[in-house]
Write a protein of this length. Structure first.
Length: 235
């Protein structure tokens, strides 16, 4: 309780004492509480104390350390998270992906794109996909668009794209380019169609004359719902 209280208050001067608890206390739940508190305290010292715990033999402590590093904005907190993405424990990989989604940054996005596209465990893929959605930069959206070309990741990618904020809808619409695979164009149509947004409905018009019949059909179906009969529709 003392550790949690210091963390909530973000008492910077408590970092050394919390680090001692995290390293030496005999009760695992106390060590975890100290690690969580260090995540809230933040700063270089907290990052330095927590980082080695990512290699602990205690799975619960490792997950707590990963989560804490996600809250620490100091640059020293990032390399251990990259390392945790390659853990043999899928829960640790998922926690690392979520933590990197909280931190953001170009390198984090690139690592998340790789994990989302290649990890064999669905929960890790979901965590990495959600993290890309949370980061919500043009590069993160490009990663989600690329995921849509994989049938096993298609629905997750569509769901994430459908939650894109209004200011970034043009980035989503880039997926309608004729140079993109038909699966990606169809994913963009589905994502835009799920949004309750006038702008999203307008962007759907770009797919009315798509070269792929399934993309055209989906776009016109969603467009009909948003606007009534789409221009040029003779059905």
């Amino acid at each position: 309780f003392a550790a949690h209280s210091l963390g909530r208050r973000k008492v910077v001067e408590s970092a050394d004492a919390l680090a001692g608890l995290a390293r030496d206390d005999k009760s695992n739940h106390v060590r975890i509480a100290a690690v969580e508190a260090l995540g809230h305290v933040g700063g270089e010292r907290a990052a330095r104390f927590v980082a080695p715990l990512v290699k602990s033999d205690e799975p619960d402590l490792v997950r707590a350390a990963v989560k804490a590093l996600g809250r620490i904005s100091h640059t020293d907190a990032q390399p251990p998270l990259f390392e945790a993405l390659h853990s043999t424990d899928a829960e640790v990989r998922a926690e690392a992906a979520a933590a990197l989604g909280e931190r953001g940054g170009a390198e984090a996005v690139e690592r998340l794109r790789v994990v989302a596209a290649t990890d064999a465990v669905p929960s890790v893929v979901e965590a990495a996909t959600d993290a890309l959605e949370r980061v919500a930069t043009p590069e993160a959206i490009a990663g989600l668009l690329a995921l849509a070309s994989d049938p096993s990741r298609y629905e997750r990618a569509v769901a994430a794209l459908a939650r894109t904020r209004e200011a970034l809808l043009e980035e989503v619409a880039r997926g309608l380019s004729p140079q993109r695979p038909a699966e990606v164009r169809r994913a963009v149509v589905e994502a835009l169609g799920r949004m309750k947004s006038r702008r999203a409905a307008e962007l759907l018009r770009r797919a009315y004359d798509d070269a792929d019949a399934s993309v055209r059909s989906a776009a016109r179906g969603y467009g009909r719902t948003a606007f009534g009969k789409p221009p040029g529709d003779v059905s």
